[in-house]
Design a protein around this ligand. Structure first.
Ligand SMILES: [Zn+2]
Length: 167
């Protein structure tokens, strides 16, 4: 396995873990409140925090790949990260939801935030495009396909697939 593939694998595992932990935390909180009263604001805060972490993981993943390839430290900051931590929006999507929906939202949100952060920062740093690393059933037919860095890849909800920049 190439070093960049290893980094992609590590990144995918980290975001997967983050998504699973967020979902579990929201599920536990749902059980305590039965989805009522303080559930939505507290769950929204937990998801917002997870999204922020997901954007941080995405930044670090791209920075690590670029640093490795170029032999000099590269810093990556996803812009508009605030988009994914809109508490009001999150609160609305978590309000009055049955447990299974709330936990799915909590899982998908950080995955979506990380993917969106990469889609934003890839074109600024990568000229030669990205290779799709499709591991989920929807994306696996496209595994290995090379597309422009700004392509809207793996754009379905809750996708945990990772693109690998070609550097
Ligand atoms: Zn996918």
């Amino acid at each position: 396995m190439q070093a960049s593939e290893r980094l992609a694998d590590g990144y995918r595992q980290d975001t997967d873990t983050l998504a699973a932990e967020t979902s579990e935390a929201v599920g536990t909180w749902w059980d305590r409140t039965e989805g009522l009263g303080p559930f939505a604001p507290v769950a929204a805060a937990a998801v917002a925090q997870a999204n922020r972490r997901a954007v941080g993981l995405a930044d670090r993943y791209l920075a690590d790949v670029l640093t490795l390839a170029r032999g000099e430290a590269v810093t990556v900051f996803a812009t508009d990260a605030g988009l994914y931590v809109d508490g009001r929006l999150l609160r609305r999507s978590l309000s009055d939801q049955p447990r299974h929906i709330a936990t799915v939202v909590a899982r998908n949100e950080p995955l979506d935030a990380g993917r969106a952060a990469l889609r934003r920062s890839m074109p600024r740093h990568v000229a030669r495009g990205v290779r799709q690393g499709g591991t989920c059933p929807i994306c696996s037919p496209k595994n290995g396909t090379i597309v422009p860095a700004d392509a809207d890849v793996s754009s379905h909800k809750g996708c945990a697939c990772v693109v690998v920049p070609i550097v």
